[in-house]
Design a binder for this molecule. Structure first.
Ligand code: FAD
Length: 267
């Protein structure tokens, strides 16, 4: 580590004002991604602005057909919340599959959504459910929010305050874990929403994306056989030492079928 300044924010507004006055400062939530990044010198902020535990970021509430999850809620809290389990069980299940117990007890949904790691789990749920990311400045629809590798619509100094998920008719998530980290080598979130079927894929490409051919195929019925003919171009998928792009393309189809099996109540 190198010398930097630490600031404990007393409110979201104070954190936002500090960021506006110090453009090289960075927010610190669970630190699960940021601290390793600092150790590797991939980021060298002048200040860390600690927002962990701020009451405004710590809410879970189901109201008006939406599940509201504050940005400061940790993965373990989402996984074990009775409200989340009742409203969107697939979201609780997804949170419970992130990393390991240490990561789940520190990492937050806000940090995950802000970071937008291409293999992270929450982006699949946020996009798959057509959620809204609410920031200190505006409300951003999931379809506009995720913009590729570690890139989001967030502007300088913009803080994620909460994520609002419309309640789906049903939803399921299935991922092939990386055996060491738990990140998704490929993960598929399928939701039957008021606006139709949505299929979001994480881990396989440079960023989370909607698999539109699968959405079209499943619109006629949530049947695994429909996925056989759904086109998935492997050429834009990730290829690395863990899995090449053709293998990932196959994994996406397999994970989608498993998610459909979960939807129909099968394991
Ligand atoms: C060993 C290991 C295994 C992991 N496995 C998985 C996995 O299987 N699946 C998975 O999805 N993730 C995994 N993760 C990542 C984990 O979920 C992180 O906790 C998460 O990505 C970041 O959350 P955080 O609260 O720790 O954010 P931090 O590390 O504190 O911050 C991350 C970034 O987001 C910014 N930020 C934080 N909060 C906000 C906010 N409210 N508004 C705007 N910007 C903000 C920070 O400035 C920073 O740039 C793993 C991490 C580790 C270390």
């Amino acid at each position: 580590m190198y010398a930097l300044n630490y600031v404990k924010a007393k409110s979201v507004q104070e954190a936002a004002e500090f960021l506006a006055a110090n453009p090289e400062a960075k927010l610190l939530a669970g630190g699960m991604t940021l601290l390793p990044t600092l150790k590797q010198r991939l980021a060298r902020p002048t200040h860390l602005v600690d927002i962990a535990g701020l009451p405004e970021l710590r809410r879970i509430e189901a109201k008006g057909g939406r599940l509201v999850v504050g940005a400061g809620m940790k993965h373990h809290e989402v996984a074990t919340s009775a409200v989340v389990k009742k409203a969107i069980p697939a979201l609780a299940g997804l949170a419970g599959e992130i990393g390991d117990p240490q990561v789940r007890n520190q990492g937050t949904i806000g940090g995950s959504v802000a970071n937008n790691d291409p293999a992270a789990d929450y982006p699949a749920a946020v996009l798959g459910l057509g959620a809204t990311v609410v920031t200190t400045k505006r409300e951003i629809a999931a379809d506009d929010y995720f913009q590729g590798l570690f890139t989001t619509a967030l502007g300088e100094g913009e803080i994620v305050v909460r994520v609002e998920f419309p309640l789906p008719k049903k939803a399921a998530y299935c991922k092939f874990h990386h055996p060491a980290s738990g990140y998704a080598v490929a993960g598929v979130f399928i939701a039957q929403t008021a606006g139709g079927v949505r299929v979001a894929v994480t881990g396989a490409g440079p960023g989370v994306f909607r698999w539109s051919a699968a959405e079209a195929a499943l619109a006629k019925g949530l049947k695994p056989a429909a996925l056989e003919s759904a086109k998935l171009d492997a050429s834009g998928l990730n290829s690395d030492i863990h899995a090449d792009r053709e293998y990932r393309a196959n994994l996406v189809r397999v994970m989608a079928k498993r998610a459909l099996a979960k939807l129909s109540g099968k394991k």
